[in-house]
Write a protein that binds this ligand. Structure first.
Ligand SMILES: C[S@@+](CC[C@H](N)C(=O)[O-])C[C@H]1O[C@@H](n2cnc3c(N)ncnc32)[C@H](O)[C@@H]1O
Length: 249
């Protein structure tokens, strides 16, 4: 099994594949001014098994295209949609976020939780903008520094993992420069990381390793996750995901 397949196996049975939470998705919807009075055409990009897709579908009158690179995640999303009788509102599509299947100005909303980093925040907000209607909403979460100065250990870690990590003011400037009016920002609280994401990951370590016969590859994945969790627990005052809501000018 290649590394990607193994990572998919590790994450596939989780409620979500990155930090976030239902309450925070609802908070972002509120800041974006989304309501049920109008049918909305939405893309949820990098949806994974659909943590945010389900909240959007349950709370809006929407026609949602849920996009992820990995069909395995979308199969789980399909079964979650079936259980909630939400299939008619969501079309899962296995595609790259680099090649969105929309016409210019087709979308009312672009939603993306913990995924835009895959193409880079700046490139993502620029490349996705043409698909939004004028006045359309972009709502994305993105790893963000919360402090002006950081201990070298965490600074170096994130610069290595994702050099585009930056402070809130810098991320908002990127949005403004790309032609969005910032409507709101809030940082994800620690519950989004620990209770909603890392604790369930920790609970899966043992069964995952057992299922993979303690292979070297599986041990490496678990060690990598453990290191990330340890860093978060030590340095969570310094970074989080920021939720950014912008409106296309
Ligand atoms: C950190 S996870 C977040 C998933 C989900 N939004 C959530 O909050 O649970 C990032 C997601 O982006 C997807 N992804 C990675 N590269 C992608 C690409 N080029 N195009 C589309 N999706 C991609 C991954 O498969 C994964 O599901």
């Amino acid at each position: 099994m290649d590394d990607f397949q193994l990572l998919i196996q590790f994450h596939i049975n989780a409620e979500r594949q990155g930090p976030g939470g239902e309450r925070e998705t609802l908070q972002a919807m509120e800041l974006a001014g989304l309501d049920r009075s109008k049918k909305l055409k939405i893309a949820d990009i990098g949806c994974g098994t659909g943590a945010s897709t389900l909240v959007l579908a349950e709370n809006l009158n929407a026609d949602i295209t849920a996009i992820d690179l990995f069909p395995e995640f979308l199969e789980v999303l399909k079964s979650r949609l079936r259980k909630r009788e939400l299939e008619s509102q969501v079309t899962p599509r296995a595609l790259s976020m680099e090649e969105l299947p929309f016409d210019p100005e087709e979308l009312d909303v672009i939603w993306s939780e913990g995924a835009i980093y895959n193409m880079g925040f700046e490139r993502g907000v620029q490349k996705w903008r043409p698909f939004l209607k004028k006045g359309g909403i972009l709502a994305v979460s993105e790893i963000t520094w919360l402090t002006a100065a950081r201990p070298p250990e965490i600074e170096e870690h994130w610069k290595r993992e994702y050099p585009e990590i930056a402070r809130v003011s810098e991320k908002i400037k990127v949005l403004e420069d790309a032609g969005y009016k910032p409507l709101g920002y809030f940082p994800l609280p620690t519950s989004c990381w620990i209770a909603n994401y890392y604790s369930p990951i920790e609970d899966r370590f043992e069964s995952f390793l057992k299922g993979q016969n303690n292979s070297e590859q599986a041990i490496q994945i678990v060690d990598g996750e453990k290191k990330e969790i340890e860093l978060y627990k030590k340095y969570h005052d310094h970074y989080s995901y920021g939720f950014y809501i912008g409106q296309k000018l």
